[in-house]
Design a protein around this ligand. Structure first.
Ligand SMILES: C[S@@+](CC[C@H](N)C(=O)[O-])C[C@H]1O[C@@H](n2cnc3c(N)ncnc32)[C@H](O)[C@@H]1O
Length: 302
């Protein structure tokens, strides 16, 4: 029977040869997954023998990873904002930089609710996540609000143009006991039947330039192109959302839109062109890159 140490060494070699830049971590995660345990548990017991069934599952995972598949799809799970989300090719794997969007959303919502609490009998604060994918953003925001005891004061909608993404997001909401707290809709950007405006609009829409997609890491070829492709300048979908904002955002509302770390100049120019008079600030992610556009209508900007 092979030991943990031996199997990790085998995985490290195979994944390095296949071009993985995170070969050691990948091997550890895949072995822990095959053993149905935590990565820290296997690292603590390098001489432990691994049964043949687990070794076989591990090698099957290595094979998929060698073919370029992301570890998160092989494990079927990704940690995001301290929560575990089911992931598979129905939706993009949530990225760590998007945790900034969650923090900003939580702060914007909490600020509004502290200033004007919503009694159970009255209208709730309305929040929409456009392009929800796996549901990671809206569910992480909901979880943060639940911890603050504010979830009942908020109406949450999550949209995606992909039916497959909506099905995964709905499963994740059920997994986090949020099925009653969040509505999901398959729709292009926002539902036309919504008559009331939104207090907070969140979005991490596709923002990769079409001609840059081929140069992304191989793992991204396993993710839906619809989740990545932002058109010729990367801002085609975001541009369409900007054009909707004057009609859908409350005059004192805020829109928080994730962009690519190299898109600040183009994004600012776009806001100036499509939303004259609006305030436009940029928040940075933990890596120091400009990441989230913070947009407010002229009335609130003044
Ligand atoms: C970059 S992924 C982000 C997913 C998720 N919000 C996250 O942060 O992990 C973009 C998502 O936007 C969706 N999308 C693309 N075009 C859309 C549109 N016109 N209306 C609604 N959703 C759209 C894609 O299907 C995809 O799920």
């Amino acid at each position: 029977m092979a030991t943990v140490r031996e199997l990790l060494a085998e995985g490290l070699g195979r994944l390095r040869d296949s071009g993985s830049e995170t070969a050691r971590l990948d091997a550890e995660l895949l072995l822990a997954h095959a053993l149905d345990t935590e990565r820290t548990a296997i690292l603590a017991h390098p001489e432990a023998p691994v049964g043949d069934g687990a070794a076989e599952r591990y090698r099957a995972g290595l094979e998929r990873r060698e073919a370029g598949e992301p570890v998160a799809y092989i494990r079927g799970v990704k940690e995001f904002h301290g929560l575990a989300f089911g992931v598979d090719p129905r939706a993009m794997i949530p990225r760590p930089e998007t945790e900034r969007l969650v923090d900003l959303a939580e702060a914007a919502i909490a600020e509004r609710l502290l200033a004007a609490p919503r009694p159970a009998s009255g209208p709730k604060l309305r929040v929409v996540d456009v392009g929800a994918g796996s549901g990671a953003v809206v569910i992480a925001v909901a979880a943060a609000l639940r911890r603050r005891g504010m979830l009942d004061e908020v109406e949450l909608l999550a949209t995606d143009v992909s039916a497959e993404a909506i099905s995964l997001a709905t499963e994740n909401a059920v997994g986090h006991a949020m099925a009653d707290a969040i509505r999901f809709r398959e729709v292009d950007l926002l539902p036309e039947w919504e008559v009331r405006r939104w207090d907070v609009v969140l979005a991490n829409l596709p923002y990769v330039r079409s001609d840059a997609i081929a140069s992304l890491p191989r793992a991204t070829t396993f993710e839906p192109r619809l989740a990545l492709d932002g058109g010729p300048d990367g801002l085609a979908v975001i541009r369409r959302l900007l054009d909707h904002l004057p009609d859908v955002l409350e005059p004192d509302g805020v829109a928080l839109l994730e962009i690519g770390g190299d898109q600040e100049p183009e994004a600012r120019a776009l806001v100036g062109e499509r939303l004259p008079g609006w305030s436009c600030a940029l928040e940075h992610d933990l890596g120091g890159l400009p990441r989230v556009l913070v947009l407010r209508p002229p009335a609130a900007a003044a």
